[in-house]
Ligand binder design. Structure first.
Ligand code: PMV
Length: 329
């Protein structure tokens, strides 16, 4: 009987509470600092990969499109895994995000972790979770954090083999809600890869790195204790710190727009009203609001009154990436 080398995986996107910004080694995607994140239950990618001796070239389809720039990154990642497996078969890859491409959320984390899981399974590589996170990292840094379950730490490491991610608390450990708020849907002008390169040009970059391990230590403690106020304060401060590095890079990177600032101010008003909610922001204008699940309905009511918010995607801590049975083709 003919063997079929085909597999499908699902992986969630993740939001970093302690951000990865700046690389120590660009080729190996070794980060300048360790980071800590949570998987986002409602933002995910499903990817099916099939290998065959009969295919003449790789065929990549992402969100029903054949996009050249993304396809090149995918092929590079396939090459890496093919080399590991000792095969040169070409592949068909179909990948689908459950969120609109234009939503402005980074799909590289969910995308490269799903691709890594599906490809290694299809080629019967049988890797440990640690090895999978290392491979996913080589595709896109933050992708390594989408493989383990729930709350995840990515240890920066000194070399490729010790820069990996692992779960520190399972997804059901703490009932928090993460609201992804879509303000703007256009693609960002400066990619995060370019941003990572600029990070060391900020005079604050080194200062930030000095305190980051202590910050991670404190954040883990707050999560462990489910101490939401201290947790919220810390993650908000951390997002602002990363943006301070971005603002002061040469050239400067300003990912916010007017509506982003309005929402930050809005969160202050909500807190004055007694609603414990904090924000985080990545390399784009769309903020995340984070609260405990018990305040989810109340917060949603407030957010629905803001006209600039085009879409609200409510997430809870999500599971790790996994292979599934339903193929996309
Ligand atoms: O993995 P990349 O290259 O897309 O970098 C992610 C950078 C941030 O989203 C801004 C921070 C983070 O840790 O996710």
């Amino acid at each position: 009987m003919k063997k079929i080398f085909k597999s499908t995986a699902l992986a969630h996107s993740n939001l970093a509470f302690i951000k990865y910004w700046g690389k120590k080694n660009e080729r190996l995607k070794l980060p300048a600092n360790s980071s800590l994140s949570v998987n986002l239950s409602n933002l995910y990618t499903i990817t099916t990969v099939e290998f065959s001796e009969k295919f003449l070239s790789d065929e990549i389809k992402i969100n029903q499109e054949k996009e050249q720039k993304e396809s090149l990154r995918v092929v590079k990642h396939l090459d890496l895994i093919r080399k590991k497996a000792g095969v040169n078969w070409k592949a068909k890859v179909v990948s689908q995000n459950n969120f609109p491409k234009a939503a402005g959320f980074a799909s590289s984390a969910s995308g490269f972790s799903a691709l890594t899981l599906a490809t290694t399974k299809a080629l019967e590589l049988n890797l440990s979770e640690k090895e999978l996170t290392i491979l996913a990292r080589l595709g896109s840094g933050s992708a390594c954090r989408s493989i383990p379950d729930g709350f995840v730490e990515w240890r920066k490491g000194k070399k490729s083999e010790d820069s990996y991610a692992y779960s520190i608390f399972p997804s059901n450990y703490w009932k928090i809600s993460i609201f992804a708020l879509v303000l703007k849907t256009s693609e960002k002008k400066i990619s995060s890869s370019e941003g990572h390169r600029l990070a060391p040009t900020s005079p604050f970059f080194k200062t930030r790195l000095k305190k980051i391990d202590e910050k991670i230590f404190r954040l883990k403690k707050f999560i462990k204790e489910r101490n939401f106020l201290s947790f919220g304060n810390l993650i908000e401060n951390e997002a602002l710190e990363m943006h301070a590095v971005m603002f002061t890079s040469q050239p400067s990177l300003i990912y916010w727009d007017e509506e982003t600032i309005k929402l930050i101010k809005f969160i202050y008003t909500l807190r004055e009203k007694g609603l414990p909610v904090y924000f985080s922001l990545d390399a784009g204008p769309n903020p995340y609001f984070i609260s405990e699940e018990k305040y989810e309905k109340e917060l949603l009511r407030y957010l629905k009154t803001i006209n600039s918010i085009k879409e609200i995607i409510i997430n809870h801590p999500g599971d790790g990436g996994k292979t599934i049975d339903n193929h996309l083709f």
